[in-house]
Design a protein around this ligand. Structure first.
Ligand code: PMV
Length: 357
């Protein structure tokens, strides 16, 4: 039996979204602290895709409890371990040792082929920060999120975000900085093209380690990516789509090239991804300038950046490609936020998750 509900126990709920990298992070200089070889830049996405996470710290339970999409998780599951790395860091910071109940839900199907770890981890950090009264700012929260999953740290701020690689061995200067807010570039859109919903065979964690260890081409990437970050930041600040588009395409291609140069080779792109690349290239050639830019993370699904006025042309350009399952259109989002009591996923009085839908 649970002890009686303490009236001072409050459920804290946060909502956060994924991000799409424009200059990619691929390779660590410290595997444990998750310190990257190069800085990276991303756009935080709108709430069309989001993770909602509720947390309740309580001494009424004897062990931590974690639910994802209504299902109780085994605490030895890899995704859950990533999340507890974070919870444990924050519990230590707050000097607390009470257990936690977490319930997390993705607005998009988990098998939709969209990265849920960035939105999941950033929502968790945001909710735990509020629940433990830590009062951390987004920079400090990003240092914690980074230690769960690197790219997740960029979802702690909205709009356009740079993750500075830093140089300190303790990682204290490896954190995010917002380049521009979500409303900086209102007509910039991201068409998310779902090609496959299956889970990737090589995890990014082990894939990037193999790349650093074996790829000859990779040796040139960290310095190149740093230069790309400076150029991409300028293109964003100037709202210069042609530059941003070219840099985005080139950096995605560069990352997938070093993946192929890894031994054994890592191939995340499939034939449909390649058809999308060629269709966008044809479109840009026929327009005589770059009006759309594709980019791929560790999977075959494309994100196509373009301006609202070109949306029809882009959709037409890829419409004949067999194997495209779905398109979602989104924009820059404003980052994580706390949600009200009505959006909580936990009923504190009976320590049960609420059924949504
Ligand atoms: O944070 P991880 O371990 O999931 O790394 C993912 C890295 C890429 O998505 C491929 C690129 C990026 O910067 O997001």
């Amino acid at each position: 039996m649970y002890k009686e509900h303490q009236s001072n126990e409050i459920v804290h709920t946060a909502i956060a979204t994924p991000n799409i990298a424009l200059v990619k992070y691929w390779g660590k200089r410290d595997d444990k602290l998750i310190l990257p070889m190069n800085s990276s830049i991303s756009m935080t996405l709108g709430e069309e895709f989001n993770t909602r996470t509720s947390v309740l710290f309580t001494d009424r339970i004897k062990e931590d409890i974690f639910y994802i999409n209504g299902e109780r998780q085994d605490l030895s599951n890899k995704d859950v371990i990533e999340r507890f790395t974070i919870i444990d860091i924050m519990r230590r910071m707050a000097g607390r040792d009470d257990r936690v109940m977490v319930a997390s839900e993705n607005s998009f199907p988990t098998a939709a082929g969209l990265a849920s770890s960035a939105s999941g981890i950033s929502a968790l950090v945001f909710a735990v920060n509020a629940a433990l009264g830590l009062n951390l700012n987004e920079k400090d929260m990003s240092i914690i999120a980074r230690q769960g999953s690197g790219s997740a740290c960029r979802s702690l701020a909205g709009g356009f975000v740079k993750w500075e690689k830093g140089s300190r061995v303790d990682g204290a200067d490896s954190h995010i900085r917002q380049i521009a807010k979500a409303d900086h570039w209102p007509d910039l859109i991201d068409i998310v093209v779902i090609v496959s919903s299956s889970k990737k065979k090589v995890s990014s964690r082990s894939g990037m380690k193999q790349t650093v260890e074996t790829s000859t081409l990779y040796k040139a990437r960290p310095q190149y990516a740093e230069h790309m970050c400076a150029e991409v930041e300028k293109a964003i600040t100037d709202r210069d789509f042609e530059s941003l588009g070219l840099l985005t395409i080139r950096d995605s291609n560069n990352m997938h090239a070093v993946m192929l140069d890894t031994y054994p080779p890592i191939l995340y792109l499939n034939d449909v991804s390649k058809e999308i690349m060629l269709a966008i290239d044809d479109l840009n050639s026929s327009e005589g300038k770059i009006i759309a830019a594709y980019t791929f993370d560790a999977g075959p699904n494309a994100n196509i950046l373009t301006l609202e006025k070109h949306r029809g042309k882009v959709e037409k350009a890829i419409s004949g490609i067999e194997g495209i399952k779905k398109l979602h259109v989104t924009k820059a989002g404003s980052g994580p936020r706390l949600a009200g009591e009505g959006e909580s996923l936990i009923d504190a009085s009976i320590l049960k998750i609420k059924r949504t839908e």
